[in-house]
Design a protein around this ligand. Structure first.
Ligand code: FAD
Ligand code: NA7
Length: 536
């Protein structure tokens, strides 16, 4: 190809969710760089563009599920309830895109299929499914960590005569009214979908492999006065959020559950149950639920008891009650367990009776065939690295990201990789496990500061040293292993997909510590202008 005809950018940004939109704003509007964005959807929003399933709701409180970088935006944009629905978040992100004139930098309906680092030019060569070929000094990946959908490879899926949808790729205009609907999956998404559609459908069959601990979300209107008060205090609020652990807008507890009486435990759990919020229940009540088996059992027991109080049929209640640790991403719901008291809802335990196949008429398990008009896959995501490994992504010496991550995905600070110079990731492997918008901002700001620093110092490339990358991985691993999350199978460790490497994928040290770490480390773990490696 003729070198002169290939457009060259300072930076290519991939993805138009919270991460990509902010990255374009920082790099283009603030640093004045020549930036091109690519997004495979037809519009902005990322998660909130794709997940249009009924009941889709943030589980972060409205007041902290947003950007903090612009004071006027914080004052102008408002909300109604304690949590945000999918259409509200999408509207917000569309507003942000317009307000900062971000759309014009994006090419939509365009998937990046390959990105190769050229060691002679020190540029990334990027290819899309629309035939674009461009070069860029930097590539910023905002590919999302819960974005690549996971549809289990059930036999006969293509033979089903009815409609079938994954929640993370929900089309417009789905009508479930009066239909026989099956939902496979009872994670955060399944719980929201099931609760929302039960009153509308003819019959709902829930296919549950693992029962879940869930607490009420606490969805209620917020008054003008409450909202005004929050807006007045935003400086303090963000300061607290960014120095806290989970960054959900509440103070984490510093009291150990095992040091207080059973009565005190009950009182605290009951108050949190009434207040609402999954992360609040796990981290706002006591400080050792996620680490101490005895504290964990106290919280788990409280929820188990609630399930038996709520669900009228004892057999159904038993099936809905988990027995293992309470150590997945903590769920919250808007009446999930109550849904099973409805006459038109039935629960099928597919751990006992495995799903054998999808038939033209519905779902066949080992105990029989369930006839359905619609199958909903609420089966989650190939989390964290799912969208990375789909791209033909190659760094120095032609090494592919799949080769590099053969033992599990890595990323120094969750943002950079050895041998992938000038490639940044937002929410890449081993980034913070938190309410994500403040973590996204933290990372995008670090990336844009780094780009600025390199420009000011005439530097060509940046990548972490192998030593820094290894040490970060070891730190993430040891921190994660100290929690009960590592004892339970979920997407957090990649255990939700057969064949996926079970490995650490998050820094669980909290956002406050993460921010201190990146500030104190500076560029210590990085190599600038490293020499090219010889091609094999
Ligand atoms: P995303 O919003 O996932 O955007 C990534 C974008 O990249 C997508 O639009 C995708 O199409 C695009 N893309 C990927 N690969 C390519 C490619 N090769 N070429 C072109 N484009 C590509 N987090 C919270 O903190 N609180 C919550 O309450 C919360 N609720 C959630 C509810 C649901 C149903 C889901 C799925 C996630 C939720 N999350 C929540 C996590 C949520 O993903 C993040 O909060 C945040 O939206 C991530 O933004 P992002 O820009 O990093 O990625
Ligand atoms: P999750 O939490 O990964 O939940 C997926 C659900 O689908 C879960 O109940 C799984 O059961 C179930 N599943 C997955 N594969 C199968 C098969 N093959 N058969 C039966 N059931 C299956 O995804 P979500 O979308 O709910 O939530 C992910 C995050 O996105 C969430 O934390 C929010 O942040 C948004 P399992 O538990 O593995 O037995």
């Amino acid at each position: 190809d003729s070198v002169t005809n290939v457009p060259e950018f300072d930076a290519v940004v991939v993805g138009a969710g919270f991460a990509g939109l902010y990255a374009v704003h920082k790099l283009r509007n603030e640093l004045g760089l020549h930036v091109r964005g690519y997004e495979k959807g037809t519009g902005v929003g990322g998660t909130w563009y794709w997940n249009r399933y009924p009941g889709a709701l943030s589980d972060t409180r409205s007041f902290v599920y947003r950007y903090s970088f612009d004071k006027a935006l914080l004052q102008d944009w408002t909300w109604k309830n304690t949590y945000l629905t999918q259409p509200e978040i999408l509207e917000y992100l569309e507003h942000v895109a317009d307000r900062f004139d971000i759309r014009q930098s994006f090419q939509f309906s365009t998937k990046v299929t390959a990105a190769h680092f050229n060691e002679e030019t020190n540029l990334w060569e990027i290819v899309t499914d629309r035939g674009d070929k461009v070069r860029a000094k930097f590539i910023v990946n905002g590919l999302g960590l819960l974005s690549a959908t996971n549809v289990p490879n059930f036999k006969g899926r293509e033979t089903f005569k009815g409609e079938q949808y994954h929640t993370g790729a929900w089309p417009a205009g789905v009508d479930l009214n009066g239909k026989r609907v099956g939902v496979i999956g009872t994670g955060s998404t399944g719980v929201q979908t099931i609760t929302a559609i039960a009153p509308e459908v003819g019959h709902l069959t829930v296919f549950q492999r693992s029962p879940q601990y869930s607490v009420p979300v606490g969805l209620r209107p917020q008054s003008e006065e409450e909202i005004t008060e929050i807006k007045k205090n935003y400086d303090e609020i963000w300061k607290q959020v960014k120095s806290s652990a989970v960054a959900f807008g509440f103070e984490e507890s510093n009291i150990s559950a095992v040091t207080v009486s059973k009565e005190e435990q009950e009182r605290v759990f009951e108050a949190a149950w009434n207040e609402g919020g999954g992360f609040y229940f796990m981290f706002g009540t006591f400080n050792d639920i996620a680490i101490n088996p005895e504290a964990n059992e106290a919280a788990a027991n409280f929820i188990r008891k609630k399930i038996h109080e709520i669900v009228k049929d004892p057999k159904t209640a038993r099936k809905l009650t988990p027995t293992d640790y309470y150590a997945k991403r903590p769920l919250c719901d808007n009446g999930y367990y109550q849904t099973f008291n409805r006459d038109n809802v039935s629960l099928v335990d597919v751990k006992e009776n495995l799903i054998v196949e999808i038939t033209p008429k519905g779902v066949r398990t080992t105990d029989g065939e369930y006839e359905l008009d619609v199958i909903i896959y609420a089966t989650g995501f190939d989390a964290v690295e799912g969208n990375y490994v789909k791209i033909d992504l190659r760094g120095r010496g032609g090494v592919s990201i799949n080769e590099k991550w053969a033992d599990g995905p890595t990323g120094y600070l969750g943002m950079t990789n050895t041998d992938f110079p000038n490639m940044f990731m937002v929410l890449g492997p081993n980034g913070p496990f938190t309410n994500l918008t403040p973590s996204i901002e933290t990372q995008v700001e670090w990336i844009s500061d780094t780009v600025k620093y390199m420009m000011e110092n005439n530097m060509t490339t940046i990548e972490p040293t192998q030593e820094a990358e290894n040490e970060w991985l070891a730190l993430c691993k040891s921190m994660a292993e100290a929690t009960l999350f590592s004892k339970i199978e979920s997407w957090i460790f990649g255990a939700n997909i057969p064949g996926k490497k079970n490995a650490v994928r998050f820094y669980v040290g909290g956002l406050g510590n993460y921010r201190s770490f990146i500030k104190e480390a500076g560029y210590k773990g990085f190599a600038f202008d490293r020499a090219a490696v010889k091609k094999k």
